[in-house]
Design a protein around this ligand. Structure first.
Ligand SMILES: Cc1cc2nc3c(=O)[nH]c(=O)nc-3n(C[C@H](O)[C@H](O)[C@H](O)COP(=O)(O)O)c2cc1C
Length: 390
């Protein structure tokens, strides 16, 4: 951490609703939001802690009925979408209560069957921001048009996707209120590019962030922030992304090893232990969502690594009919089951999504509270892991 960066104060992050009937403006003291981590990883305890520490707390909002199946058993299986809605509604209200009714966002996947229902439920429950990825959320402005104060942001991983989203939403007279850029070279979870493009280095952050900023500015949308995700660990990383044209960052892997993350499911101890072991994430060629993924290599995920010549599908029951891209029993595996097993500390069966930073032994992986982490990010920190090596 250079002295200059240590002295540099991070600017606030300003969100403004571009709905024609809204004057809503939200200013976050720090330009940091947490990435939504599904299924069930980023709950109300983490989201509220991020907001209370000056950033923006984001809940994951998809398929929540399934991890809560013990409580919602009369719905899951019979009425899975009802269960998802109930759990999401409860989490939004809980996060709002824990953060004194301040900023709460939700992360949704376009590729789930009940995307429309979940987006509507989120807006009705009063979320401040809906972030939607895993597909381009073309219809989101229409779904939430009755809720002017619900701000909306697509996730993109390429300049082409940014151009398409801005054009489509401008045609609907509802520009985005933010654009989230997820780097396919660093982020955990599903990736918005094919494996070949990831491996050949396409869609580098500097280039995509710069182009996205320009697309917005050229369309008189200079008040729409670009929020960059992937590989952020330190204040220096935030400053680097800002120098490329971002107004804020979204961080996931480092938030996963905070004390508050996974609180609703017993603290996700194995997930955190795996992250701390510095094991290098692998890229999964296939997922029932139709996208590659980045995850910790485990007995399960290794069977679907892009490096395997032959991928053998694993037949399964379908409990919750979650993905519109999934061919149920004929798909290669049940992603909902394997993601939920991570919440249950199941090493053999869990699908532990992870960003590339997880594999770096030179990073400090101390488990902090969210407040401690946000203070370190604001001030800048020396990396104890590096100091030890020296
Ligand atoms: C465990 C885990 C689950 C994730 N789940 C989602 C998700 O459901 N939706 C999404 O848009 N991004 C998801 N992501 C991506 C993050 O929100 C974030 O953009 C990305 O991981 C940022 O990179 P970082 O982990 O290096 O900070 C996930 C990431 C991880 C590590």
């Amino acid at each position: 951490m250079s002295l200059n960066n240590k002295l540099q104060k991070l600017p606030p992050l300003v969100f403004k609703s571009h709905h024609p009937r809204s004057n809503k403006v939200v200013t976050l003291e720090l330009p940091i939001i947490n990435g939504g981590m599904g299924v069930g990883v980023t709950g109300p305890t983490l989201a509220a802690a991020v907001t209370n520490a000056g950033g923006g707390g984001i809940l994951t909002g998809v398929a929540l009925g399934y991890p809560f199946q013990k409580i919602l058993k009369k719905y899951v299986g019979e009425k899975p979408y009802q269960a998802n809605k109930m759990a999401l509604n409860y989490w939004i209200h809980d996060a709002k209560e824990k953060s004194n009714n301040r900023f709460v966002g939700v992360n949704l996947m376009v590729v789930v069957h009940d995307f429309k229902d979940l987006a509507y439920t989120s807006a009705k429950a009063g979320v401040d921001l809906i972030i939607a990825g895993a597909g381009l959320p073309m219809a989101l402005p229409d779904i939430v048009s009755d809720f002017p104060d619900t701000m909306i942001a697509p996730i993109i991983s390429s300049a082409k996707a940014a151009r398409v989203m801005v054009k489509k939403w401008l045609n609907k007279k509802r520009p985005p209120d933010a654009i989230i850029y997820e780097s396919v070279h660093h982020s955990g979870g599903h990736q918005g590019a094919v494996v070949k493009d990831i491996l050949s280095g396409k869609h580098q952050p500097e280039e995509v962030i710069g182009e996205t900023r320009k697309i917005l500015d050229d369309n008189d949308l200079s008040d729409v922030p670009v929020i960059a995700a992937g590989g952020v660990w330190f204040k220096d990383d935030i400053i680097k992304y800002m120098s490329w044209g971002a107004q804020g960052v979204q961080m996931a892997s480092r938030f996963l090893i905070t004390k508050e993350c996974g609180h609703e499911f017993g603290g996700i101890k194995l997930f955190k232990k795996l992250y701390k072991s510095n094991v290098v994430p692998t890229i999964l060629e296939h997922s029932p969502a139709g996208l590659p993924g980045r995850a910790v290599p485990t007995p399960f995920s290794s069977r679907f690594s892009y490096e395997n010549e032959k991928i053998i599908p694993e037949p399964h029951e379908c409990a919750a009919v979650c993905l519109s891209s999934c061919d149920k029993k004929n798909s290669i595996y049940c992603i909902l089951y394997h993601l939920t097993e991570t919440l249950r500390d199941n090493y053999e069966e869990g699908l532990f999504f992870a960003g590339t930073n997880v594999g770096r032994p030179d990073l400090d992986k101390t488990e902090l509270t969210v407040e401690e982490l946000m203070k370190r990010l604001a001030v800048g920190e020396s990396n104890p892991a590096i100091v030890q090596v020296v």
